[in-house]
Design a protein around this ligand. Structure first.
Ligand SMILES: [Cu+2]
Length: 378
């Protein structure tokens, strides 16, 4: 082994510390270079991995996240600097390995300082979190659209309960409360010469108390062959009321930067099943997912929010009211929108494609069909 500085191996001294500083500088330059060379623009970088929000609430949450990460990075840099300063300049001196360094325990001003500073940091983070949270959870009385969301293993049902239309009409699409099980025909068996009902799911006992589930005249239901596309207007206040028909799911649209658990029996479970967004700020397709592990096909429980202009949206609702037997795809086609989801594909139950998803689904930022007039074929 070649010895530098003429010392013994592991000699600590000037040469080692300057070499270490150079090494740290090199690593830092590599990290900065890697970020620069990915070609992201500054705003992408400043979101620190979060998607770009499309609602005013999402933008607030995005800003909170950005500033929280910056605060954490500032703290991190201070801590890293202190660590490197200590291990570089405060190493045991040559031939003094057995000398105990100066002790600074029980320094009351110092201990008060490093108790107070974290408390201030937590207080500041808490303040801004509460401000944003209050804004995200705020609800007003007259949202333009109220959507009933029903999650079930393993898909989604969306129904339009209320829609404020451009002509001033407030469409009420509420149909009934009730259980999906009460559509079942009771079945009986013979027992000691008597007819005994075979009880349905959950022993047949909870049919009557599932009345928190809502059914609407216009509904979009997902299946193994079709991703449910929830059509919504841009620029309007929208309320979602979420409920589960079975286990706990979670409603998540990454570009809303928001998710909320979808519970069965929301009232009994003390869960706030309503939330609102001020608006969706641009047209386009945004993927939605279940974000709560809910069983075997949880990962396939996807949907799509399709934000369209208010004119197209009114036209869509009109078409679906006038054509109750038409599919959602036909209604989308009628308003000159790509008729199927462009952000995700249904799970292939036959596994014919071995899980490969087609690469080119369409353009999520432009879902309008070319050379098409809304409602032309009515
Ligand atoms: Cu789920």
């Amino acid at each position: 082994m070649k010895l530098t500085h003429g010392g013994r191996p592991g000699t600590r001294g000037e040469g080692t510390s300057s070499r270490m500083i150079k090494r740290v500088g090199f690593v830092a330059a590599l990290a900065v270079g890697a970020i620069v060379m990915t070609g992201c623009d500054a705003r992408d970088v400043m979101r620190f991995g979060w998607p770009e929000g499309v609602t005013p609430q999402a933008k607030l949450m995005g800003d909170l996240w950005t500033w929280s990460v910056i605060a954490a990075l500032v703290m991190g840099i201070i801590v890293w600097a202190l660590i490197f300063w200590t291990i570089t300049f405060h190493r045991a001196k040559k031939n003094q390995d057995d000398v105990f360094p100066r002790q600074t325990a029980y320094n009351v001003p110092l201990e008060l300082t490093y108790t107070a500073i974290p408390f201030v940091i937590i207080a500041v983070l808490f303040y801004f979190t509460v401000v944003v949270q209050n804004r995200v959870e705020a609800k007003t009385d007259n949202p333009s659209v109220v959507v009933d969301v029903t999650a079930f293993q393993w898909n989604w049902k969306f129904g339009y309960r209320e829609v404020a239309l451009a002509d001033g009409e407030r469409y009420n699409g509420f149909e009934r409360n009730g259980s999906p099980f009460d559509l079942q025909v009771p079945q009986y068996r013979e027992h000691e010469g008597e007819k005994v009902e075979i009880l349905g799911p959950a022993g047949g006992r909870d049919d009557d108390i599932r009345n928190y589930l809502k059914f609407n005249q216009v509904e979009t239901v997902g299946s193994s062959s079709e991703i449910p596309v929830l059509v919504l207007p841009t620029g309007k206040r929208i309320e979602f009321e979420i409920a589960s028909a079975d286990v706990i799911h979670s409603f998540w649209v990454p570009e809303f930067l928001f998710k909320r658990d979808v519970l069965p029996f929301p009232k009994q479970n003390h869960s706030d099943s309503r939330f609102q967004i001020d608006s969706i700020d641009r047209a386009g397709a945004f993927v939605g997912r279940c974000a709560e592990m809910c069983g075997t096909y949880h990962s396939m429980m996807n949907f799509e929010v399709r934000a369209v202009s208010p004119e197209k949206f009114d036209s869509y609702i009109q078409y679906r009211r006038d054509n109750p037997s038409a599919t959602n795809a036909q209604a989308l086609q009628d308003i000159c929108e790509v008729p199927q989801s462009v952000t995700t594909v249904p799970f292939d139950t036959r596994r014919a494609t071995k899980g490969d998803t087609p690469k080119d689904l369409g353009d999520a930022n432009n879902t309008s069909l070319p050379n098409c007039t809304v409602g032309a074929n009515r």
